[in-house]
Design a binder for this molecule. Sequence first.
Ligand code: ATP
Ligand code: MG
Ligand code: FE
Length: 336
Amino acid sequence: MKILAIESSCDETAAAVVENGRRVLSSVVATQVEEHKLYGGVVPEIASRRHSEAIVGVVREALERAELTVDDLDAIGVTYAPGLIGALLVGVNFAKGLSLSANLPLIPVHHLRSHIASNYITNPELEPPFLCLVVSGGHTHIIEVTDYTKLRILGKTRDDAAGEAFDKAARAMGMPYPGGIAMDKLAETGNDKAFKLPRPTVDGAPLDFSFSGLKTAVINILHNAEQKGQTVNIADLSASYRKAVVDCLVRNFLHAADETGHKKLVIAGGVSANALLRRRLTEECKRTGRTLYMPDLSLTGDNAAMVGAQAYYEYLAGHTAGMKLNACAQRSIDLG
Ligand code: ATP
Ligand code: MG
Ligand code: FE
């Protein structure tokens, strides 16, 4: 079954053709990041306009690279939630139009389910059940994936998402948006014991996260140094901060694994590209006899190949939509 998948939830316009949820025949991503960099973050109105301009070309290129035409397709999958509403609507409306004109089933896909599904592409042997740490720009969840379309949230962030926490601290340190990647690189060269930072916990909810205090601690360090006319070693601060965030992520994820008994651990989302998170979880899983699955680095950020992967399983579960499909800015991952 060949699915054309479309993604436009944030600042990447993407299209892909994926066969049977696992084999990527083509994947095209047009990013707007350079333009949003000018403003220090994604500007929703600009994002919608750029999606509208890019979508036809991106879809055409995905079909061309797969050496297919619309007639060869079996269904269309599209990200419908969560994300920027104006951005999502571009993909959803395009997919509805194409589905109607080509008489193809339309499959609505939850963006975070897609992030998890990036692992089905990289790890052909991976099947549910497993435990997944979803760490992205807007979300931080510990999810029990009991089946491809049956998911349960075990823990989540009470304030900032992990990616947001990296981006905000990086911005305070003077790095351009999105700073998570730059901070990860710089942290490799720094001393992670140079600054003492907290490892926040949430009272009575050991699987939940809280990152806003950690970010404030970094901002305070920078302000205090500035007032005293001192310079801060940004590589050391990056390394200390990255270690603190990753310590919290690893601590709660392993706690969830202990509690549930899952032996297959999976990570997903933009922050799953983080070098320290990958190293730490690799070590911990080896030490405790668990198997760790990670998406290929090229699939950690937003893309449509992961949408095509999840769309296949949503289709098998009978989850298709009609022309009444609407985009949703917010929707819980367990609701689909
Ligand atoms: P969501 O998926 O929650 O809707 P999003 O789509 O904007 O949000 P992603 O594309 O999954 O988020 O991930 C982007 C985030 O990942 C950004 O916050 C970025 O800084 C972060 N990120 C990317 N690479 C790294 C890295 N190596 N280390 C830490 N963070 C990273
Ligand atoms: Mg993006
Ligand atoms: Fe995302």
